[in-house]
Design a protein around this ligand. Structure first.
Ligand SMILES: [Zn+2]
Ligand SMILES: [Zn+2]
Length: 325
């Protein structure tokens, strides 16, 4: 739009000076140079407005705890909806951190840069393997221990994070033994998401959906380490947020669409937060299950395939299963 207006401007200048003021030809050239400069400025300006490649992590919307962000199938929400997480159910004895006041902005958003992190660098005996068999399956095995260091869990008494979240759980080995379709297809109906693993990251640990067992926004309330992960009562390390360290550990983004970051339980892939033009995606850019379909790199080939995205806003990863978990 801006570009065509500037071009029209240039043409008008040209025809005016050529037909009426030949002796000002040099001036016209000057105008053209000025016009081209203007055009270049307006192009770069326009790119900045349409393609947002770095997220603003200081103003993130709170998800959860609202009648629209979390829909619960067994409490009267029979289907998923746009911008929502469709849970199968919510436990009656949920626990978790609740006080987010120290990183809540006056406008009601939350500031990731002000939220405490679980400190530490604990290394693990990681085991993880992904392979394709001859029957069209992807076989994933492992012990759920990540191939990167984690924070110290249980959260240590007296640390900054402990003031907000007294998560008493350790991280222990958990057996992963999954058979997923190598080329998943959407199901006739989407399905709801349960607590526990909703998928597995290429780092070898579980991906959980965006809600705590209290029905709050887990990433905004619970104390996570610098990889966006923590542990729970099942002693399973898992992610709630696409932290930069997690993304970079899997693949450093340079341009264009994000790289694959893991597989959800229906076999569809989950990619980082960048769309096809390198833009930062938000949940509003995706469908009710938090995904979309376009050609992506899949087992070494470009395939026009449905896939999920991690985003920096609730529900962060999956909204419902598009395929069959
Ligand atoms: Zn969690
Ligand atoms: Zn995509």
């Amino acid at each position: 739009m801006l570009l065509s207006i500037t071009l029209n401007h240039l043409h008008q200048h040209r025809s005016y000076y050529y037909s009426h003021l030949n002796k000002f030809k040099s001036m016209n050239n000057l105008f053209s140079i000025f016009g081209v400069m203007l055009l270049l400025i307006s192009c770069s300006k326009e790119d900045k407005y349409t393609i947002k490649e770095t997220p603003d992590l200081t103003h993130l919307p709170f998800g959860g705890n609202s009648p629209t962000n979390i829909l619960i199938r067994n409490q009267g929400n029979p289907q998923p909806n746009f911008l929502s997480l469709w849970l199968c159910g919510l436990p009656s004895n949920g626990t978790g951190a609740e006080d987010a006041s120290a990183w809540t902005n006056p406008d009601g958003t939350w500031d990731y840069s002000k939220k405490p992190q679980v400190e530490g660098n604990v290394s693990w005996n990681h085991q993880f393997n992904i392979s394709l068999d001859s029957k069209g399956n992807r076989i994933i095995t492992g012990n759920n221990l990540p191939n990167h260091p984690t924070g110290i869990f249980p959260i240590q008494r007296g640390t900054y994070a402990w003031n907000y979240d007294k998560n008493p759980n350790i991280i222990s080995e958990q057996s992963i033994n999954l058979t997923l379709p190598a080329m998943p297809q959407p199901a006739s109906q989407p399905s709801c998401v349960g607590f526990g693993p909703a998928g597995f990251s290429l780092t070898g640990a579980a991906i959980y959906h965006g809600a705590s067992t209290l029905g709050t926004d887990a990433a905004a309330h619970e104390m996570l380490d610098r990889f966006g992960g923590h542990t729970d009562g099942t002693e399973r390390y898992h992610y709630h947020f696409p932290a930069q360290d997690l993304q970079n550990h899997i693949h450093v983004h340079e341009s264009g669409h994000s790289a694959l970051m893991g597989y959800m339980l229906d076999g569809f892939g989950i990619y980082g937060p960048h769309g096809e033009k390198g833009e930062i995606l938000s949940s509003a850019d995706l469908d009710e299950c938090h995904g979309h379909k376009h050609p992506v790199l899949w087992d070494g080939q470009m395939v026009d395939l449905y896939h999920y995205h991690w985003t920096y806003d609730f529900p962060y990863n999956i909204g419902c299963y598009k395929g069959t978990p």
